[in-house]
Design a protein around this ligand. Structure first.
Ligand code: SAH
Length: 222
């Protein structure tokens, strides 16, 4: 990693852990743990060429800003929208964008179900990302409506990604998605085999999706 980027990302972790004491933004409290599980994990996305240009990216359920903040710092030409339902997390991201002079970013303090039915955001992005937001089918339903046809959804998933993806094949088809790539990876000193999933949006998502708030989680398509 280039030293300038590493300095910024270390500063991001320090800032996160400091603010976390006031606002309880993340369960990860140890700096080394946060470095690996938030920063290095988010950086795995850069293996995808989807972040190499000036794409518009929406990070769905960004929480304290992962992977969105890391992508924005590592690839400053990206235009990242941080979509998060919880107001205090949006306030943290707003302050962080300012502190780290991140340009071309926006915050969408909404539920993804509402944003996906809002013409300002529907089919408006080149790429949607999501990490640790919900089941495979749930995040697919939240993310695919936000992406233009020809765009992609990139999901940070755990051990069972391959099986989840197989089980959700029909659901993806209904949503206009096609499973393009499943890439396993590991993180230093962790036993888990993680996966980066790329779904291409090959057709329009029917207007019916995303269903109303809470339904994608309660009645997942797969
Ligand atoms: N992506 C972050 C946060 C994961 S926690 C990370 O990997 O660290 C999941 C976050 O998604 C929470 O902050 C929660 O508020 C948000 N979230 C869950 N469902 C959502 C929805 N339907 N719309 C918007 N945000 C949602």
């Amino acid at each position: 990693m280039n030293p300038e980027l590493e300095t910024k990302l270390r500063a991001l972790v320090a800032h996160l852990l400091e603010e976390n004491q006031k606002f309880n933004l993340t369960g990860i409290k140890d700096p080394d743990d946060a470095w690996t599980k938030h920063v290095l994990d988010s950086l795995e996305g850069l293996g995808s060429e989807l972040f190499d240009g000036n794409q518009t990216v929406v990070d769905v359920g960004t929480g304290a800003g992962f992977p969105g903040l890391v992508l924005a710092l590592a690839r400053p030409q990206l235009r990242v929208a941080f979509l998060e339902a919880t107001r205090k997390k949006c306030a943290f991201i707003e302050a962080t964008l300012e502190k780290f002079s991140i340009k071309g970013a926006r915050i969408i303090n909404e539920r993804a179900e509402d944003a996906g039915q809002n013409d300002r955001f529907r089919a408006a992005f080149d790429v949607a990302t999501a990490r640790a937001v919900g089941s495979f089918a749930e995040v697919a339903e939240l993310c695919l409506p936000l992406v233009r046809v020809g765009g992609s959804v990139v999901l940070w998933r755990g051990e069972n990604a391959e099986i989840e993806a197989q089980n959700a094949e029909e659901a993806l088809d209904d949503l206009g998605g096609f499973l393009r790539d499943v890439r396993p990876y590991e993180l230093p000193s962790l036993p888990t085999r993680y996966h980066l999933i790329t779904i291409e949006k090959v057709g329009d998502t029917p207007r019916f999706y995303p269903r109303r708030s809470g339904i994608p989680k309660q009645k997942p398509l797969a």
